[in-house]
Write a protein that binds this ligand. Structure first.
Ligand code: C2E
Ligand code: MG
Ligand code: MG
Ligand code: MG
Length: 291
């Protein structure tokens, strides 16, 4: 069996790391069919700035298996990644997300969308050109697309990864460094990756208000990112207190259940319309101040 250590040094069993079990092979075949049948959906989660402005929406895949019910993304993404299906899944996600961006733009909703891409994608020859062609086909400007990558893209053939990322930014696509703090969090990586945004992983944000060490890690990460000219987004913000601490630490934007969970496209459209004019406001902050 395989185990990994979590941040507290505790070993956690991870069933998803056992490859090629019959269960896994079954899911892989089902995922292939689900993509062809358009059973995989995208949900959209807002990233909002502290002034309430909507900075963008992150597209997150959702798969409801006809018999098993909801399959967690982490699980089927690991399967897609290790089986060679990942490029197909990413094409599907990009195609769906860009179609949605084009529809929103046609309705006057000009909001950038972020798509998660895996190391496998970045190492697929011609990936940058394929993304540019897809943008053109949908009539969507490159600035309306953001790609979220992790430091893992640099583990294998860093030169090719760097070339692909340079190609993407050359086309005007914005890159964001996801889950920062969980990987190597290497300064060399930060310098090497042409990203304009850094996302602090939820595991540091969740206990920010109660754990002084996590607060210090977040403070240092925000300062480091700013000194490199990057915007900082905190993920997994669930309560007011965390929101306030992040604002005080000069974080730029937040994402999390406090603002909204990932929503199906129609619900995200309604959310965007309701917030479009005024920007998002915290429920408490929206109440009139009592003197
Ligand atoms: P991620 O990119 O770091 O996405 C954030 C995850 O945190 C999402 O989980 C989201 O639903 C969850 N989340 C957001 N706000 C909160 C909150 O306030 N509290 C808590 N506890 N969780 C929150 P999800 O959707 O299960 O996705 C898990 C991971 O799967 C993502 O992590 C991303 O790495 C990957 N993923 C999702 N969609 C795609 C995709 O289309 N392509 C690829 N390659 N990876 C994807
Ligand atoms: Mg992400
Ligand atoms: Mg993330
Ligand atoms: Mg994360």
């Amino acid at each position: 069996y395989q185990a990994k250590r979590d941040r507290t040094g505790v070993e956690v069993y991870e069933s998803k790391r056992d490859s090629n079990t019959p269960d896994r092979l079954g899911l892989l075949g089902d995922l292939r069919r689900a993509l062809d049948a358009h059973e995989v959906e995208l949900h959209y989660q807002p990233k909002v700035r502290f002034d309430g402005q909507v900075a963008g929406l992150e597209a997150l895949v959702r798969w409801v298996h006809p018999e098993r019910g909801k399959v967690p993304p982490d699980e089927f993404i690991a399967i897609a990644e290790s089986s060679g299906l990942m490029p197909h899944l990413t094409e599907y996600v990009l195609e769906t997300a860009l179609g949605q961006v084009a529809r929103w733009r046609a309705q006057g909703l000009q909001v950038p969308v972020a798509v998660n891409v895996s190391p496998r994608d970045v190492h697929t020859p011609g990936f940058a050109g394929a993304v540019a062609a897809r943008l053109a086909r949908h009539g969507v400007p490159a600035g309306a697309l953001q790609l979220e990558i992790t430091e893992h893209v640099l583990l294998e053939d860093p030169q090719r990864a760097a070339d692909t990322l340079a190609g993407l930014t050359g086309h005007g696509v914005k890159m964001s460094l996801d889950d920062f703090g969980t990987g190597y969090s290497s300064l060399v990586h930060l310098r090497r990756l042409p990203v304009s945004e850094l996302k602090i992983d939820r595991s540091f944000v969740a206990r920010l208000a109660v754990d002084a060490e996590d607060a210090e890690i977040v403070r240092c990460t925000v300062d480091l990112a700013h000194s490199l000219g990057l915007l900082v987004v905190a993920e997994g913000v669930e309560d007011d207190e965390t929101w306030e601490r992040l604002r005080d630490l000069r974080c730029d934007a937040v994402q999390g259940w406090l603002v909204a969970a990932a929503m199906p496209a129609e619900e995200a459209t309604a959310w965007l319309r309701a917030r479009g004019a005024r920007g998002w406001q915290r429920p408490a902050a929206a109440l009139p101040a009592v003197a």
